[in-house]
Ligand binder design. Structure first.
Ligand SMILES: Nc1ncnc2c1ncn2[C@@H]1O[C@H](COP(=O)(O)OP(=O)(O)OP(=O)(O)O)[C@@H](O)[C@H]1O
Ligand SMILES: [Mg+2]
Length: 238
């Protein structure tokens, strides 16, 4: 039975089974996720829709291993993520998934290039870093150039527009060549034109084979994905 389940999960790059998450605030018990099921195939782009407060960010954090479910499992490439031991969970977070946060989370004192390099440094030892830093610096520079930020490498976030910050955040998420990109409202704080540019970035990543799970409340943005699912009442429906 376990082997059969594992085989089924291998066909997906990322899957969640019966995910539950509660938040307890004093007396109140908020059952945000109440049995979420999702299966993402390699190269697939899935959009997760849902009202504000429905639990979309919570779900994405669980998929990325950033927070633990109260019940249920997350599977990545045939392995159960929350059973990974001895640094393997960190490796999952740092190397197999790339996270674009809802509010960018760029470090204000670092330049665009340094913010991207931070993503590459996580999970690298102090001794290993000098060996790979030149290569990673080049890769980070290439990514920022591909995202149209070649002229902005040394700008700090407060000298960048919202769309530029979001592109830096995308570059940071991509710098370790993740198997799955998890993007939380990647166009949420942007005007329509800038949002369209970010959407085009995601479309070109998707054409290159990137698996993507994207949270949005915008049905127009969601329409670009292969498939849309909606989070409602703690569960996902197609
Ligand atoms: N750490 C926390 N402690 C307590 N409650 C939380 C916590 N994080 C989220 N919540 C609550 O859980 C619910 C879901 O939050 P979540 O951020 O996942 O929603 P969302 O769908 O991403 O919303 P939005 O579209 O506004 O970003 C909300 O009611 C929120 O207030
Ligand atoms: Mg959210």
């Amino acid at each position: 039975m376990v082997a059969a389940t594992a085989k089924k999960e291998v066909e997906c790059i990322l899957a969640a089974r019966d995910l539950h998450k509660h938040y307890r605030m004093g007396e109140e018990d908020l059952h945000v996720l109440a049995g979420v099921e999702i299966a993402v195939k390699p190269g697939e782009w899935v959009a997760v829709l849902g009202a504000s407060g429905s639990g979309k960010s919570t779900l994405l954090h669980l998929l990325g291993g950033l927070d633990r479910p109260d019940q249920g499992q997350v599977w990545f490439d045939g392995q159960e993520v929350f059973r990974l031991r001895g640094g393997r969970l960190d490796r999952y977070r740092n190397q197999h998934v790339g996270f674009v946060f809802q509010f960018y989370h760029l470090l204000p004192e670092l330049t665009a290039l340094e913010n991207v390099l931070i993503g590459a440094m996580v999970g690298t030892t102090m001794w290993g870093w000098p060996l790979i830093s030149r290569e990673k610096r080049q890769q980070a520079t290439d990514l920022l150039e591909q995202l149209g930020l070649g002229e902005r490498l040394r700008h700090r976030p407060n000298k960048l527009s919202g769309g530029e910050r979001q592109r830096v955040a995308i570059a940071r998420a991509l710098v370790n060549n993740p198997d799955v990109l998890l993007a939380d409202e990647p166009t949420g704080n942007l005007d329509q034109k800038t949002g369209q540019q970010i959407l085009e970035v995601l479309q070109s990543l998707h054409r290159a084979g990137q698996s993507i799970v994207m949270v949005t409340h915008d049905t127009r943005i969601a329409a670009a994905a292969d498939r849309q699912v909606t989070l409602e009442g703690g569960r996902l429906r197609a």
